[in-house]
Ligand binder design. Structure first.
Ligand code: GRF
Length: 182
């Protein structure tokens, strides 16, 4: 099964997936200066930058779709891709786009989930791996794992705990999907 990752920023989840043994055939990044580009280079992942800023979604998603189709991609992993997926990609890849979100959905949707959960004062948050549909941070849940916020935990420590769990369950969920769909 050929797999693409989409990312916009740091790229630690992409690196963790590769180091756990998931073969990522290509990376699509929508930010020219994202650190994930340096990681991808080191990991020898073929990379495409498709700028999304100030462009129509239909147009940049068509560009992405052409890349995905010409590389025969069957599964898309959103690993910190900070844009919502639109109809152009969803129509072609419905049921095959997996997102990682740093909260126990449906709590704390949106791009600031870690900070929002921390500021709310929750005692338990976590990580969700789910399929994408047309709603933001919705879609069938594949896997969830809780993270406990111990008394006095700092935001940085909480973020660290979230990321450690992300690296484990993203791999487990992707591995499960690959095996099921073989
Ligand atoms: C992760 O926390 C992920 O859950 C969220 O964006 C962050 C990406 O981190 N969607 P990184 O770029 O993989 O380091």
């Amino acid at each position: 099964m050929k797999i693409a990752a989409f990312a916009s920023g740091n790229g630690s989840n992409v690196e963790a997936l590769v180091k756990s043994g998931i073969k990522i055939d290509l990376l699509i990044c929508n930010k020219q200066n994202a650190y994930v580009l340096a990681r991808a280079k080191k990991l020898n992942i073929k990379t495409y930058v498709v700028v999304t800023k100030n462009r129509e979604q239909r147009v940049f998603e068509q560009e992405m779709l052409d890349i995905l189709k010409s590389n025969e991609i069957e599964l898309i992993l959103l690993a910190g891709y900070m844009r919502q997926i639109g109809a152009t990609l969803l129509d072609q890849y419905e049921g095959s786009i997996i997102n990682i979100h740093p909260s126990l959905l449906p709590a704390f949707k949106g791009p600031r989930a870690i900070v929002d959960a921390y500021n709310y004062g929750v005692k338990v948050s976590g990580v969700t791996i789910h399929l994408i549909d047309s709603e933001l941070d919705a879609g069938t849940i594949i896997m969830q794992e809780p993270v406990i916020l111990d008394e006095g935990i700092s935001l940085e420590q909480f973020e660290q705990k979230i990321h450690e769990v992300e690296y484990q369950i993203f791999y487990q969920a992707v591995n499960k999907i690959i095996k099921e769909r073989k």
